[in-house]
Design a protein around this ligand. Sequence first.
Ligand SMILES: Nc1ncnc2c1ncn2[C@@H]1O[C@H](COP(=O)(O)OP(=O)(O)OP(=O)(O)O)[C@@H](O)[C@H]1O
Ligand SMILES: [Mg+2]
Length: 259
Amino acid sequence: MRTIAVINLKGGVGKTTTVINTAAILARDYRQRVLLIDADSQCNTTDFFGVDAAAPSLADLLRDTASGVEDVVEEYIHHTSIKGVDIIPADVTLMDLDLTKVELGSVQAGTLRSVRTSLEEVDAYDWCLVDCPPAFNAASAAALIAADEVIIPIKLDAFSLRGMTNMMRQISNMRRINPGLKLSGCLPTMWYNSPQIVEAEETLKASGLPVFDHIRRTDKVDDMTFAQEPLLISSPRSAAGVDYRRFVRDLMKGGSHNG
Ligand SMILES: Nc1ncnc2c1ncn2[C@@H]1O[C@H](COP(=O)(O)OP(=O)(O)OP(=O)(O)O)[C@@H](O)[C@H]1O
Ligand SMILES: [Mg+2]
């Protein structure tokens, strides 16, 4: 199983859009079995797939495991409308976990280990994709501890590029606990043809970080959130729909082009 944290401390960069469309393409085009973990108390992925807010969630799983309750991880897994895609949903109480002091070393080790163990137990999946919140908190720390790989969706603006330094620092901090954590690549999202965007993309590539080919900005992505259907179903021929398919092809081959 490839366990990938889709993370950026910056909000609104396309993390959730990437998780939803990657999962759908893996399952529908490649017959892969995908487990989504919604680690964001905004619950966007959970809501997208219409999972009942009262369903057993990631927060319940983390709390129960931390307090020694021996649960079967399957009890927290829900099927989605897409065959092959299951989800451990988020709920707003995930926010309460953020009260934990997230200083490195003072994170509740038991909780983090439990996430990893739970993921290993779930060997019914080829992929586990974690949709992270736009913050470094207990849930995102847990995701980085549990993951093998990181994908960083990035919107190409000056704020996001500057935020990358902080993001990379958090990842290297996490490598002290999870030394195998690999950056599969940054994924430029909402790309459009302007001199600034093109230059920002070049700057990102020149930084030496692995970078996937970009996903173009497409109005159909907003429509997708209303339709509650991934681009593969709602707008397969849209620019972002085509780009996400190419992205998944590259991901399956192992990573980004210049990684
Ligand atoms: N390729 C794209 N083209 C156009 N709009 C996009 C694209 N990707 C994402 N969006 C839009 O940008 C907004 C943010 O996307 P998304 O929710 O995936 O970001 P996020 O990083 O998960 O946000 P958050 O940090 O709040 O969790 C949404 O309105 C989404 O529809
Ligand atoms: Mg999101």
